[in-house]
Design a protein around this ligand. Structure first.
Ligand SMILES: Cc1cc2nc3c(=O)[nH]c(=O)nc-3n(C[C@H](O)[C@H](O)[C@H](O)COP(=O)(O)O)c2cc1C
Length: 205
């Protein structure tokens, strides 16, 4: 598909048909994701594709337990908010495949020679490795569309990061960053409304 069309038709898809995603397609999405730019071409990423339903279920339960554990406040939202968030954080268990993106932290050239800690430089540079991960995930989403799938970027499950890292056997120096759920869309999802360009753009000439 033409790139412009892929970008214009992409929309987050959260309901899928049961059709499995072939390993060839999963690997192609990951390959295209990994061509993204990254700070100093560090390519901080590692990918885990999860298709095991038992594991997905255990992961979703870990996320549910985490959400349940948060103390509620006294606002009118308290009654419903957890239920709402639960869906957006756990629907991956019904996806044919869930791709986990892990990353090792980037050690900048600067921190090797100045009296600044890794965290200080990382903050000054605004988390370049996380920014790289974002580019990579966007590539994955677009690759999924190009191959006829629907996908959704998911950071909400990260609330149970420690538990999920244990379930996925992710150990230092790798850290879990985010997820992408992928499958054939159960129904057509139209692109959501986006702001017109004049609301978000200015030029300094
Ligand atoms: C960093 C990031 C994290 C996201 N995390 C979630 C998530 O945990 N669950 C979810 O259902 N959608 C998640 N989304 C998808 C957004 O909700 C979605 O992109 C947004 O509503 C706009 O819709 P669109 O993708 O169809 O344009 C995430 C998107 C981004 C960029």
């Amino acid at each position: 598909m033409e790139l412009k069309k892929v970008i214009e038709t992409r929309a987050s898809v959260r309901k899928y048909t049961p059709e499995p995603v072939s390993l060839t397609d999963i690997k192609e999405m990951v390959r295209l994701a990994s061509l993204a730019p990254s700070v100093n071409n560090y390519q901080p990423w590692q990918f885990i594709a999860i298709t095991n339903k038992g594991l997905m279920n255990r992961m979703a339960n870990a996320v549910r337990e985490k959400i349940k554990s948060f103390p509620e406040n006294k606002s009118k939202y308290a009654a419903n908010v957890k239920k709402q968030v639960e869906f957006f954080a756990t629907f991956f268990e019904d996806a044919p495949v869930l791709v986990a993106l892990c990353m090792s932290e980037y050690e900048t050239v600067l921190e090797k020679g100045v009296e600044l800690t890794h965290d200080e430089v990382n903050q000054l540079r605004n988390s370049p490795d996380l920014q790289s991960a974002g580019a990579c995930i966007q590539n994955l989403l677009l690759a999924a569309v190009d191959l006829g799938y629907g996908a959704c970027w998911m950071s909400a499950p990260m609330m149970a990061r420690k538990e999920l890292e244990a379930l996925l056997d992710i150990t230092e120096p790798l850290k879990l960053v985010s997820f992408v759920a992928v499958g054939r869309p159960a129904k057509v999802v139209l692109p959501r409304d986006k702001k017109p360009i004049d609301e978000m753009f200015r030029i300094i000439a």
